[in-house]
Design a protein around this ligand. Structure first.
Ligand SMILES: [Fe+2]
Ligand SMILES: [Fe+2]
Length: 540
């Protein structure tokens, strides 16, 4: 800053001090503090939270800066910032620097951990309206009350812990509180506005991406029913031969004996497929004679797909059998299945590409370098311990792979540091794949993986009964994996203690954040793997 500007600001600062009846500036820092207040006030742009912290830090070197906002009887933590340098005053000079540094790092890491596991809500208490000291999970903190212009209580600024305000600050807290109130309330409003804008943008970007997942079974049923009714037949089925084996796609009113015969469930198949042609097998002939049916057999055969529509009726009808509509139907069934296969393979390719893009984003930060592979490895092992079947295992692994895919959508809009992305990535992710042929539990698992069973999660604040099993499992492992990512270097003698800490956090959060049914298996898994096993799991 040039000297002229600084002088000017100092003059404003001292005028401001007089205006607020502050008789004198005690120290150099205090002068700078008021000068900076004046600077922020004279600007059109509201100071950012970081600006505000830098400002407060001039006078009050506390490690923790929390902003709680009053909402429905609760104080909700809406902002937090940790200044690690203020945590332990640097005792430089003398001693063994290496050892002191390691201790200091450990201390800071422990503290940061405590910060991560903080409850985001505090019970509302009338005392908060008064400036004073209160016991906080992290130690005793001072809280500065914040008020709207109308005089209504809005929230508190918590600062601390265990550091007393400078003597000359307390008398000035009312003016500090007024400045903080006006800046923080405006900031909160601006952010709410920009979050809404962000959500709209995400929706605008990914809302129209769908290529359409056709309901193959539904369309087959519709076509089948049309034929049955127009021929006044009894029942029927659409069967596809995949790798030579018959698979049922759709059926209507079909007796079990026909179904078994068509699918070859009790021995021989009713129809053999050889060289792109179907023929009635010996067993098939027997059944037809025995049951006295005159089935209508409509094959569909193309390069990629093979199968037939089978209609059960007792009488032949030459005129109706040669109806061109029947040909059209078998042709369209072939095309439908071809499209299904192409769609599936395109969708798999698209999801792989999304995954690669996500991995590139994750790789940018040391902390998240192995995030998704770790999630996949953890849920796979969980699935084995919990006893998921093959189908469920595929679903949960895919959910783990894609759970943060919304960051890819978000990256198209703004940098990842943007405030909206944490909140919006489950919505963006679910929307991005909602029209692809993937299981609904995967899509809904992505949408809900940051929800809490008590309804206090994000983004939709839905409760346990509305969160699908996939969302619940991913939610636990998002927490577990984050714990290991946040503690990359733990001394061997500390490992046991850290693992216990993780387990007790999980137990504490059972029925609050996580579904308690899952917790025993998760704890069993952590115990089996031990700290280093967990830390290594999924790391390529
Ligand atoms: Fe996530
Ligand atoms: Fe994640």
């Amino acid at each position: 800053m040039s000297k002229d500007v600084k002088d000017y600001i100092n003059i404003i600062g001292s005028r401001l001090g007089k205006a607020f009846a502050i008789d004198s500036f005690g120290t150099e820092e205090e002068l700078e503090f008021w000068a900076l207040s004046a600077e922020h006030m004279s600007r059109k742009q509201n100071p950012t939270f970081q600006n505000i912290i830098t400002w407060i830090d001039l006078l009050y070197q506390a490690p923790v800066h929390f902003v709680y906002k009053l909402e429905k009887e609760h104080l909700i933590l809406i902002k937090r910032q940790l200044i690690s340098e203020n945590l332990l005053p640097d005792k430089s000079g003398g001693g063994k620097p290496g050892k002191v540094d390691a201790q200091r790092t450990q201390f800071i890491q422990d503290f940061e951990n405590q910060m991560q596991n903080l409850e985001k809500k505090r019970q509302w208490d009338e005392d908060f309206k008064e400036h004073g000291v209160s016991a906080h999970t992290i130690g005793n903190c001072e809280h500065i009350p914040l008020y709207k212009k109308t005089g209504e209580f809005w929230g508190i600024y918590v600062i601390g812990p265990n550091i007393k305000s400078p003597e000359n600050m307390v008398p000035k807290f009312s003016i500090v509180s007024r400045l903080l109130s006006s800046w923080l309330i405006k900031l909160d409003e601006q952010e709410k506005e920009s979050q809404k804008e962000y959500q709209d943008k995400v929706h605008g970007l990914v809302g129209e991406l769908g290529i359409g997942a056709l309901n193959t079974t539904g369309i087959s049923e519709l076509l089948l029913l049309y034929i049955i009714n127009s021929l006044q037949a009894k029942s029927g089925a659409v069967v596809e031969y995949k790798n030579g084996a018959p698979v049922l796609i759709a059926s209507n009113s079909l007796d079990e004996q026909y179904l078994k015969a068509l699918l070859g469930l009790s021995g021989e198949k009713m129809y053999d497929l050889a060289e792109n042609d179907f023929s009635l097998s010996e067993a098939g002939k027997e059944i037809v004679n025995k049951l006295d049916v005159e089935p209508l057999f409509l094959p569909y055969i193309s390069e990629e797909v093979k199968g037939f529509i089978w209609i059960n009726r007792t009488e032949r009808n030459e005129a109706k059998d040669s109806s061109p509509v029947l040909n059209d139907i078998s042709e369209i069934v072939a095309k439908l299945f071809e499209f299904r296969d192409v769609n599936k393979s395109f969708s798999d390719d698209l999801l792989d590409a999304f995954y690669k893009m996500l991995r590139a984003i994750e790789a940018k930060r040391e902390k998240t370098k192995y995030h998704s592979p770790r999630m996949i490895a953890f849920v796979e092992m969980f699935g084995m311990l919990f006893g998921l079947d093959n189908n469920e295992m595929e679903i949960i692994k895919t959910t783990a792979k894609l759970h943060d895919i919304g960051y890819v959508g978000a990256a198209g809009i703004s940098s990842l540091a943007s405030i909206g992305s944490e909140l919006a990535h489950p919505i963006a992710g679910a929307t991005m794949i909602s029209n692809l042929p993937v299981h609904n539990d995967i899509i809904e698992g992505i949408r809900t993986h940051h929800e809490w069973v008590n309804g206090k999660g994000t983004p939709n604040e839905i409760r346990g009964e509305d969160i699908p099993w996939t969302g619940k499992i991913i939610s636990v492992y998002e927490f577990v994996v984050d714990f290991f990512e946040s503690n990359p270097e733990v001394a061997p003698e500390k490992e046991e203690e850290m693992l216990e800490k993780l387990k007790s956090s999980l137990i504490e959060r059972a029925d609050v954040q996580f579904d308690m049914v899952l917790i025993p298996t998760v704890i069993q898994q952590l115990t089996m793997l031990g700290w280093s096993g967990c830390a290594q799991l999924g790391v390529e």
